[in-house]
Design a protein around this ligand. Structure first.
Ligand SMILES: [Zn+2]
Length: 414
């Protein structure tokens, strides 16, 4: 049994937590608040194929340090995850790596939509948390850029009652923009090539297909004011359309290119402050349902290349909770909002059972997140200059309790 005494509940009243465990551990939780552990519904842990960027040994520790005990991993691997055999192989490798580090991280996998594997959608529907469709090209080779294939994906997913999760950027619109800016070399041009219209066009198309086939749809890493309005209208029509946004779209904007260059190059790109403000409003009004980190690490050497050579993607799983607790301290959202966005709504939308995992947070602790402390294999972040107020102290995952105060280099299980 794990017993934590002298905790505070969300309402500020005294609370004691008793959790089933093989070990007998009692902890004084004075000054700490207990929150349900987070789910990150959007990660790229890069296995199989790109273990130089990330693997499950490092990323599982990064997750625990970030108060995340469940992750949903994306299929744009090498080889891509497009059928039951690649799914099972991937699972075996993940389980092997989690066993090695002895971290009981919970996970689910997405199936990647692929033009040669439409019949796998129904076959794999009970094995995965959703069908990931890349409407525009990003990292990896997965891409559905013609209307007929896109139609087939939505039809098959709807028949299988499988959630469709889209990377909503219109490939054709993006290629047009690219031809205008091909001689430019500033990283900031990324936000113009992948313009708000690129996202808007794809989101419109995805919503109309969700309506046509009565498919359940989530717009991933939503980044623009216009998309917030599209999702608001879809919900008002009674469609099962949901929206996710990402920490880099909430906490960074195009000004970040000056300081961080290609490190903040990501798809869809960081936007103007007015889009950032629309996302926060979308959260307040319940139009945005979930936050997924889109944890997409690349090595520092890759990200230090010039624009055009550097790959897109930002790590995130380790900093989501401190960023959100800091935002709570700035009165941008409530602790209940955090639980809703990062746990409750994800369970409902993805239809996964609830668990008894918890995080104990010190809402007043202030510190900087230094790159050398990070557990993600890539060892960098675009938030290193921020002093954040509100940090996790313990993460409880599957009956195990981990101290995540970053006092030692290694993750300590009590
Ligand atoms: Zn992603």
């Amino acid at each position: 049994m794990i017993t934590i005494k002298n905790l505070l509940s969300l309402e500020g009243s005294p609370e004691e937590l008793n959790l089933a465990s093989d070990e007998n551990i009692e902890i004084d939780g004075s000054g700490l608040i207990a929150l349900p552990a987070l789910i990150d519904p959007h990660v790229h842990f890069r296995i199989p194929g790109n273990s130089e960027k990330e693997d499950w040994r490092c990323a599982s520790q990064a997750a625990i340090f970030g108060g995340v005990t469940t992750v949903f991993d994306m299929p744009n691997n090498n080889p891509p995850i497009v059928d039951s055999s690649s799914l099972l192989k991937k699972k075996e490798e993940i389980n092997r790596q989690l066993d090695e580090v002895d971290i009981p991280l919970r996970y689910h996998l997405y199936l990647g939509a692929d033009k040669d594997h439409f019949s796998e959608i129904r076959k794999c529907s009970s094995l995965v948390c959703g069908l990931k469709i890349y409407m525009g090209s990003s990292t990896g080779t997965l891409l559905i850029d013609d209307d007929q294939s896109l139609d087939t994906c939505f039809r098959e997913a709807a028949k299988a009652d499988l959630l469709v999760a889209v990377h909503a950027e219109d490939e054709c619109c993006m290629r047009n923009n690219l031809s205008h800016y091909k001689n430019e070399s500033s990283p900031a041009i990324h936000s113009k090539i992948r313009s708000p219209e690129v996202a808007q066009k794809a989101t419109e198309k995805a919503i109309s297909l969700a309506a046509k086939y009565k498919a359940r749809l989530i717009i991933l890493h939503m980044s623009t004011a216009k998309e917030v309005e599209l999702v608001r209208m879809a919900k008002a029509r009674g469609l099962s359309v949901y929206a996710e946004t990402s920490p880099h779209h909430l906490f960074l904007n195009t000004k970040a290119y000056d300081k961080w260059g290609c490190k903040v190059q990501v798809n869809p790109p960081i936007r103007e402050t007015r889009d950032q403000e629309a996302l926060w409003k979308g959260i307040k009004e319940g139009v945005i349902d979930t936050i997924g980190t889109d944890h997409a690490p690349h090595t520092l050497a890759e990200k230090e290349q010039q624009y055009g050579c550097a790959p897109s993607g930002i790590p995130g799983i380790e900093f989501l909770l401190p960023l959100l607790l800091n935002a709570y301290n700035q009165e941008k959202l409530s602790l209940r909002d955090i639980i809703k966005l990062c746990r409750k709504k994800i369970e409902l939308i993805y239809r996964i059972p609830s668990n008894n995992d918890w995080i104990l947070v010190d809402i007043n602790k202030e510190q900087n997140l230094e790159d050398h402390q990070l557990k993600t294999k890539c060892s960098w972040s675009p938030y290193g200059d921020m002093n954040l107020k509100g940090w996790p102290v313990y993460t409880i995952c599957n009956g195990r309790i981990f101290n995540v105060e970053r006092k030692t280099k290694d993750l300590v299980a009590l």
